[in-house]
Ligand binder design. Sequence first.
Ligand SMILES: Cc1cc2nc3c(=O)[nH]c(=O)nc-3n(C[C@H](O)[C@H](O)[C@H](O)COP(=O)(O)OP(=O)(O)OC[C@H]3O[C@@H](n4cnc5c(N)ncnc54)[C@H](O)[C@@H]3O)c2cc1C
Length: 397
Amino acid sequence: MNSDPENTYDIVIIGAGPAGLSFACCLAGTDLKIVMVERSPLEILENPPEDGRDIALTHSSEQALKDLGMWDDFPEDQLGLIREAKVLNGRSAYVLHFDSAKTSADYLGHLVPNYIIRRAAYNSVKDCKNISIIAGVEVLDVTTNITEGSVTLSDGRTLHSKLVIAADSRFSTTRKKMGIGAQMQDFGRVVIVCEMTHTKPHNNTAFECFHYDQTLAILPMYGDKSSVVVTLPADKSDRLLAMSPTEFAADIQRRFGAQLGDMTLVTKLHPYPLIGVYADKFVTTRFALMGDAAVGMHPVTAHGFNLGLKGARTLASEIKAALANGTDIGAASVLGRYQAKHRRVARPLYVGTNALVKLFTDTTVPGRILRGAALRLGNILPPVKSRIVQQLTEIDV
Ligand SMILES: Cc1cc2nc3c(=O)[nH]c(=O)nc-3n(C[C@H](O)[C@H](O)[C@H](O)COP(=O)(O)OP(=O)(O)OC[C@H]3O[C@@H](n4cnc5c(N)ncnc54)[C@H](O)[C@@H]3O)c2cc1C
């Protein structure tokens, strides 16, 4: 290891998004000297802006966030509760119905705005003695060898560490710099998200309506408010984004058959291009990918952050085991175990989600028939439904 103690750490984490911060939080209070490098300024970490994303959290994530002390930071009046979910196909009245009342769980999951998760994640690490944050500075380069990693920053510093973690988004530049390729799937679609209030109650029910070429998801937030997610072909998104708040509200209300009464737009419209990413490998010498940098999911199945959090916990527990055994935390064996475990969980979710997207955006006649059949099969075959509900409600130990 080099002889620059001030800039030498056990772990450098690139990116203080929800995944990077959650990973750091898992290692709070250990003997590891950790630094996070984030290009956004500190004010943004302290007070992240509303970004339209509302994150559906599984029971497993809820338990993890409670264990990490983040859950207490979520204001009660910002927690949406999902008890039922209904999937509709085009104009057909047929519904695939998931109901927590028919299971041992009280609810399917909670819905929490992304900026609240980001703020809670930052608060959970900001006072930790073993974790420091360099904000407003970009990582320009990363190299590693068998003894250490070196991370070059935009302010001229070079940090050294036993292990480098890249949690720098699905468009990770450091993944590329480290020579790790990724399967990227451009869905050719844009998702537009916002929040709307309404005059009729949502009864804690989430709706996913697959119209031909356009998907509308309405997810229950606290009170008479819902998160609205419209997915449509990229070339059609400008028209929607150009609408006035009243025009947009009228459009959503009409598409949803006015089931929630009069609707009012209460946030900006936030567009996100839909690109799925699956890294060819999650680790290389003294380097590991985390969160969306490892797997960037299509949001339709709401797995992204849930999966990132799971990965963060998996790697943190391998590192803690290495610490307990006196093993090098950046050893290939430690990283290899994380990779094997996380890929086993991530691959089926990634492939399954992409197959679902394909099925529900196929506008050909056979595609529509297949989609109708899939919904009916989902209802008829109890194992399919119970597996999906189990995935949402089970808690990892
Ligand atoms: C519309 C939408 C809805 C979603 N809904 C759900 C849901 O219901 N459930 C769910 O689980 N997930 C959902 N997700 C996914 C979830 O938002 C992401 O999985 C999660 O935010 C990824 O976190 P991350 O920390 O990996 O990456 P990011 O949030 O992208 O953070 C990466 C961080 O790295 C920083 N960074 C990047 N490059 C550098 C650099 N070179 N130097 C320094 N810093 C850098 C960035 O500034 C950023 O802060 C949704 C996503 C979208 C778009």
